[in-house]
Ligand binder design. Structure first.
Ligand code: PMP
Ligand code: GLU
Length: 402
């Protein structure tokens, strides 16, 4: 071990989703034709009006430092977007813009979590939540869910997990990796309990625009319009990465009460300073310009979701819930555990995913990465042709197991 590396740094594991993506990219450079259901990244190009706003920012010389919490005009655009949609009365002082939603979550963890704190995280969870909590010296407490409960927590389960050390609950709706969406009533009940117990409810809404088949999405901020005091307990994380196919631009944001926003902003001023000035201009156009491209992308995701759900459910031994939102499906592949290939045993879904990558050249993320062994995550942010070919390859490889 390298001398002098902090205990904190040694506690961290790398992002398994990004690691798989790097491995697939390397295989492709080596000439292997891999179909990836791996990393969660829209395959669409960033819409043209947004790209043009970025180009214009460069031409206008908007290439210098901005306020570290983000420009006033982008923060106003974020407020307008939420105020219009959810009847909130947000002001730019409620917003901090950061380098992607992952960074926004990291900032929240830095500001809120420390030694002795417990943070509730429903499992399956997105990979970075527990790692960020652990990095701050706090303890993630997982609330286990599975297919039989539609991967949802409820207040009865939640009550049992709250102790006097509990600081916050991190909720992700629509959820990565399960695709579930909490409805208004479920959200209201969870919020009531969180408020009653004096906790923070951190809601990651990064997939809020990606809901299907008339499923209604409710932002937790919709409850604030009649009760501004709720901002004491609620923190929302969102960003432009997924909705606007802008993963590389790195813009995410937090919406919180002004006191917390000031602290987050101050902390950011001592770490990264402002997020990229050009990306901020592009994000402003994303939120305030035409939403036509989003409609087209959501329609395409819905078709792909129907396609992949249908194909996967035809496989004997696979159980699944059709996702209501996000661009992930999280089927149960546990019936393939303890099978073998050429005498080599497949003991878990990590091994199964490795086998599928090697044998079928199909990239899938094992449920272990999300705290749910036995499941596998497929991102359907890829073309219909890739979905058809990828599932065909997968089926053929599964047939070889005995
Ligand atoms: N939250 C969830 C649930 C995600 O899936 C992602 C995907 N990267 C993020 C946050 C982070 O998004 P960003 O790329 O904006 O950092
Ligand atoms: N959120 C994406 C995913 O889950 C990107 C990977 C990451 O940021 O770790 O695949």
């Amino acid at each position: 071990m390298l001398k002098g590396v902090s205990k904190r740094a040694l506690s961290i594991s790398p992002s398994p989703t990004l690691a798989l993506d790097a491995r697939i990219k390397k295989m492709r450079i080596e000439g292997v034709s891999v179909i990836s259901f791996g990393v969660g990244e829209p395959d669409f190009d960033t819409p043209i009006n947004i790209k043009n706003a970025g180009k214009k920012a460069i031409d206008d010389g908007f290439t210098k430092y901005t306020p570290s919490q983000g420009t006033e005009s982008l923060r106003q655009a974020i407020c307008d977007f939420y105020n219009r949609k959810w009847c909130t009365q947000l002001k730019p002082t409620n917003i901090v813009v950061s380098n992607g939603a992952k960074h926004s979550l990291f900032n929240i963890a830095m500001v809120l979590f420390g030694e002795g704190d417990e943070v509730l995280i429903p499992a399956p969870y997105w990979v970075s939540y527990p790692e960020q909590v652990i990095l701050m010296g706090a303890k993630p407490i997982f609330i286990k869910t599975d297919l039989t409960t539609d991967f949802k927590i409820n207040v009865d389960i939640l009550k049992d997990c709250i102790t006097d050390k509990t600081k916050a609950l991190i909720l992700n709706s629509p959820c990565n990796p399960t695709g579930i969406v909490y409805n208004k009533k479920e959200l209201q009940e969870i919020l009531n309990l969180v408020v009653q117990k004096g906790l923070y409810l951190i809601v990651d809404e990064i997939y809020d625009a990606l809901v299907y088949n008339g499923i209604e999405y409710t932002s937790v901020l919709s409850f604030v319009s009649g009760n501004p005091d709720l901002m004491k307990n609620i923190i929302v994380v969102n960003g432009v990465s997924k909705t606007y196919a802008m993963t590389g631009w790195r813009i995410g944001y937090t919406i919180s009460n002004e006191i917390l926003a000031k602290i987050i902003g101050d902390m950011q001023s001592q770490s990264t300073s402002n997020p990229c000035s050009i990306s901020q201009k592009a994000a402003e156009e994303a939120l305030s310009g035409s939403q036509e491209a989003v409609k087209i992308m959501v329609e395409a995701f819905q078709k792909r979701r129907d396609l992949i759900s249908g194909l996967l459910s035809e496989i004997d031994g696979v159980k699944l819930k059709k996702p209501d939102g996000s661009f992930y499906i999280f089927p149960d592949f546990s019936s393939f555990i303890n099978t073998s290939f050429k005498g080599i045993k497949i003991q878990n879904t990590i091994k199964l995913c490795e086998y599928l990558l090697e044998e079928a050249k199909v990239g899938v993320v094992p449920g272990e990465a999300f705290g749910a062994p036995g499941y596998m995550r497929f991102s359907f942010a890829t073309s219909e042709d890739n979905i058809i070919e990828g599932i065909k390859r997968l089926k053929e490889a599964l047939k070889k197991l005995n």
